[in-house]
Design a protein around this ligand. Structure first.
Ligand SMILES: Nc1nc2c(ncn2[C@@H]2O[C@H](COP(=O)(O)OP(=O)(O)OP(=O)(O)O)[C@@H](O)[C@H]2O)c(=O)[nH]1
Ligand SMILES: [Mg+2]
Length: 286
């Protein structure tokens, strides 16, 4: 029993605990450490990729929220909207936003899927830090600094927005959707070190996916990054998933089928890449 407790404490350290451990450093020169960090992160670039299909009403609200929320970050932030030729004119709205904010718009010919849109956005961004979030404001912009800061400070290689750590959750979901999400998350559990491997909200250092072949099919690109990526440190940051504000969900039954197929592919990948080092995991305390 004692042994088990010790092991679980060792596996997951919180930022508070880490800070406590290194307290002497902070006591010594808190100010100069702050200045050092500001110098170190100055000039860092962050690209936030947002896949869109018929999200006109959402992105015109989301983009200003993102830039407001990231104002305090010591980094250049760009938003990359990958639009699949949305019939509702999302692309036009995105271009208009580009006149006021650092927004790049990438068009594709038609609805080609979420995962491939995120991959396209990543491949057309030069930033050291890349991230993905949904356009429908289910992922609140206020959580972005807490996801990006550990990457800027070298405290994590991947930061995952998590509904399933302390402080996280889902605002209002019908019972069946909560069940589906829980079961899907449970199935993915052995494949990754995190509690919310299904999250569509995540940030990573570019090196994590360099040279990694990502499969463009499916919805859960974050899961694939967690399975195949090269990383040592991952942290989960709690957030509360909100229901979409405008428009319709694009989640179809076909996506569930893709998901189950991908789980098998990822499990096989894990078995054939057994030698990979286990990542150190941290959770934010809320
Ligand atoms: N470019 C592109 N974006 C897509 C595609 N399918 C979904 N998206 C976007 O991916 C994000 C997630 O899709 P959602 O429909 O919100 O899926 P969900 O979050 O699982 O479901 P709800 O929140 O209930 O609507 C949104 O920003 C969509 O616009 C696609 O084929 N192409
Ligand atoms: Mg959504």
């Amino acid at each position: 029993m004692t042994f088990l407790r010790k092991r679980s404490i060792k596996k997951t350290t919180t930022f508070k605990e880490k800070r406590k451990k290194n307290n002497h450093i902070f006591k010594y020169a808190a100010q100069s450490a702050k200045e050092h960090m500001a110098r170190k992160t100055a000039g860092s670039t962050v690209s936030i990729v947002i896949p869109t299909f018929n999200e006109r009403g959402n992105i015109e609200k989301l983009v200003p929220e993102i830039f407001r929320s990231c104002k305090g970050l010591n980094a250049d932030v760009e938003v990359v909207i990958v639009d699949d030729n949305s019939p509702d004119g999302t692309g036009k709205v995105a271009e208009e936003l580009g006149k006021r904010y650092n927004v790049k718009v990438i068009y594709r010919s038609g609805k080609l899927g979420l995962a491939s849109a995120v991959i396209k956005g990543f491949s057309e961004s030069r930033s050291e830090i890349l991230g993905a979030m949904d356009a429908d404001r289910s992922h609140p912009a206020e959580v972005l600094p807490r996801l990006i800061t550990p990457l800027l400070h070298g405290e994590a290689d991947i930061a995952v927005g998590s509904r399933y750590v302390k402080g996280g959750g889902v605002e209002v979901w019908p019972f069946h959707r909560r069940m589906v999400s829980r079961i899907a998350t449970l199935l993915a559990k052995p494949l990754t070190p995190v509690k919310d491997a299904m999250s569509g909200l995540f940030f990573l250092r570019r090196g994590v996916i360099e040279g990694v072949s990502l499969n463009a099919k499916g919805y859960k690109i974050g899961l694939e990054v967690l399975v195949k990526g090269n990383y040592d440190k991952v942290c989960e940051v709690p957030y509360v998933f909100r229901n979409r504000f405008y428009g319709k969900s694009k989640l179809s039954l076909m996506e569930y089928a893709h998901y189950l197929r991908n789980l098998l592919v990822f499990a096989a990948y894990k078995i054939t890449h057994k030698g990979k080092k286990r990542a150190e995991k941290t959770e934010w305390e809320s």
